[in-house]
Design a protein around this ligand. Structure first.
Ligand SMILES: [Zn+2]
Length: 328
């Protein structure tokens, strides 16, 4: 029988950040101080985008560049993530906190323009218009909802969010929630990095993807990997992504994710534009020098991240699995 083109499994990188400064009139903003300014400049330069783009229409420059990287990679599509503002638990936006705001319409518009992009929206469930915004985003084609509880001040276990989680479950839109420490975006409440707080949306029936599988980012962060693994046994609707794990600081548990009990619950994400660096994995003897050089020298950071994972033994399903979970 002839293989039908559209039956081919789609390879998806389900964790890619949209970055913007509102230069195109989106209402978004980027506010960088000290370490974060240096980091942003570094990330842009290693992507071949001049640091001066921070003062221009960054959304346009970044999205064109990114679409080219996807076309030039093994991936068929990426989930491009919006970035919500910090809010108080009573729903008051706190623009004095946080470093970035990427409104949902930015990624929803880009997903209409570029076939390579799928829209991952971001909604603080305490927002007074949270349910309306969710509905609006669903109508416009959102494939998942992303949040960073420790950076956006979201306690997923807050019982007031039940209607919000139940609507997400009903609409079959997964929750991608950051777990573990974070060093590229300022942390508002470190205790909210705990994956155990995700028990409540899981109990409400939401498919939850714990970004970074609860691993720690900095030396002094708490490591929640074992807590997340224990939750996998309890919740069949829980997954984890291995985004940002090809790195110097977060790679510790990457090979543990190949365990037969864990791997079927793993999704591939790069966390682009967070750099993919395999140096520490090579030093630890996880692959030989030739393999390290072959992967590390790849100019396309999306492909570099994926090839490092393939070299470690992650099967293709790690990238095709998302197609079954996302609201496509
Ligand atoms: Zn991320």
């Amino acid at each position: 029988m002839e293989p039908v083109a559209n039956q081919k499994p789609r390879l998806i990188d389900m964790h890619v950040h949209m970055v913007g400064n509102g230069g195109g009139g989106s209402g978004g903003w980027l506010r960088l101080n000290g370490w974060h300014r240096w980091l942003a400049g570094f990330m842009l330069r290693q992507l071949g985008i001049p640091a001066t783009a921070l003062k221009e229409n960054l959304e346009a420059i970044y999205s064109e560049h990114l679409a080219e990287l996807v076309r030039d990679s093994s991936m068929d599509a990426i989930v491009l993530l919006a970035h919500e503002r910090v809010h108080d638990p009573d729903g008051t936006p706190r623009d004095d906190l946080g470093s970035m705001f990427v409104p949902n319409d930015v990624v929803l518009d880009l997903a209409e323009k570029f076939p390579e992009f799928l829209a991952g929206v971001s909604i603080h469930p305490a927002r007074r218009d949270a349910l309306d915004e969710l509905e609006r985003c669903l109508e416009r084609g959102a494939v998942l909802m992303k949040c960073l509880p420790n950076c956006q001040n979201i306690d997923p276990s807050d019982r007031r969010y039940r209607p919000f989680w139940e609507r997400m479950a009903e609409a079959r839109v997964p929750l991608l929630a950051h777990t573990g420490g974070e060093h590229t975006v300022p942390v508002v409440n470190a205790a909210l990095a705990d994956p155990k707080l995700l028990r409540f949306p899981l109990e409400c029936g939401v498919t939850v993807i714990a970004a970074h599988c609860g691993t720690k980012s900095g030396a002094f962060d708490r490591d929640y990997f074992d807590d997340w693994v224990a939750m996998l046994r309890e919740f069949p609707n829980l997954y984890g992504d291995i985004s940002a794990l090809v790195s110097l600081n977060r790679c510790t548990h990457l090979r543990d994710c190949l365990h037969e009990e864990i791997e079927p619950r793993i999704l591939h994400g790069s966390d682009f534009p967070v750099p993919a660096l395999g140096h520490r994995m090579w030093l630890q003897g996880w692959f030989d020098w030739k393999t390290f050089r072959r992967c590390q020298s790849l100019g396309n950071p999306l492909e570099r991240d994926w090839q490092f994972k393939r070299a470690l033994g992650f099967p293709e399903e790690t990238a095709t699995r998302a197609a079954k979970l996302l609201r496509l």
